[in-house]
Design a binder for this molecule. Sequence first.
Ligand code: FAD
Length: 346
Amino acid sequence: LGALRNRSFANRVSPYSRSLSTLVLAEHEGGAVKASSLSAVEAAKFLSEDNSISLLLAGSGPSLREAAAYAASCHPSISRVLLADSDKFTYPLAEPWAKLVHVVQQKGSYSHIISGSGSFGKNILPRAAALLDVSPITDVTEISGSNLFVRPIYAGNALSTVRYTGSDPCMLTIRSTSFPLGQVSTPSSAASIDQVDLSTFGEDDAIGKSKYVSLSSQDSERPDLGNARIVVTGGRALKSAENFKMIERLAEKLGAAVGATRAAVDAGFVPNELQVGQTGKIVAPDLYMAFGVSGAIQHLTGMRDSKVIVAVNKDADAPIFQVADYGLVGDLFEVIPEFLEKLPDK
Ligand code: FAD
């Protein structure tokens, strides 16, 4: 509904008095643009006139060029791919990337610069905004006009409508779950791929103040938590890492991603990359199953947009039942084994 409402607003706000063009700051991995960046393109569609969405990709090596070619060929709304190919951008460190956004904006004079609200965008965009001397607006969930945005406040307890009154560019991070990917159709003509002129980049004091050390990520056959169609989440009630394996087995049977509450993460049952909520990941799968999760507001803010929510809790008054479509008052140590027994192997 949010997306539909946005769409009708987008129709109403054009034509604009100022010329609108959007730069999407994109993240790529393994030769493809990440889904969160494609969601940022979906958001850009509400702000841009035809043929005015540019995608900025930076990095080094063949996977950057593959990602650029992917972006240029697969998205009908992207009119231009800007490519910054340099070993300065091999790792997404905020200092060089923010400087890059500054350099690109000097030339492109975009009215809006958008990125997803993940760690990539949250790391780079505020620093770039400081270099451009504007105030960024974060976690946008609805675009109601070229300078009117909705964003959650108080851990998602209230929605605030914000009017941007600063100068261009208006810089936003958007919640990917609020701008779902549309059907990707074949573009009528592929976007152009242009190299960013880095001759003015120069040496900068800020560059080199932080250093990439290493990336630690878990290889898993399970779908990525942020994009999974089904998420199975466990809370503190699981009591131990050993018991939490029940959640993992259930997720495997359902082809789901595993999520956890902060209490479960803090207790050491699972690593914190699985945390869902205000200080974890924001998810909106087709099906969200919560076992032994009380439904604290900080958790709800990360999953309340899920299409169908199923909750199992032994306390009939647990707040999770207020957002659940299906609720079962019961002991998860009885319910999960029964599920595991009755569900066919994948
Ligand atoms: P509890 O609140 O302890 O709930 C456990 C539930 O399990 C209870 O409802 C109980 O009835 C039920 N239960 C117990 N035994 C069983 C059983 N055998 N079978 C079935 N049910 C059972 N939390 C997050 O999750 N994500 C966040 O991102 C996050 N960010 C935060 C940010 C801030 C600034 C703060 C202050 C807090 C944040 N929290 C976050 C913490 C949040 O407030 C809650 O403390 C947390 O979500 C509680 O986790 P829980 O539901 O697992 O545990």
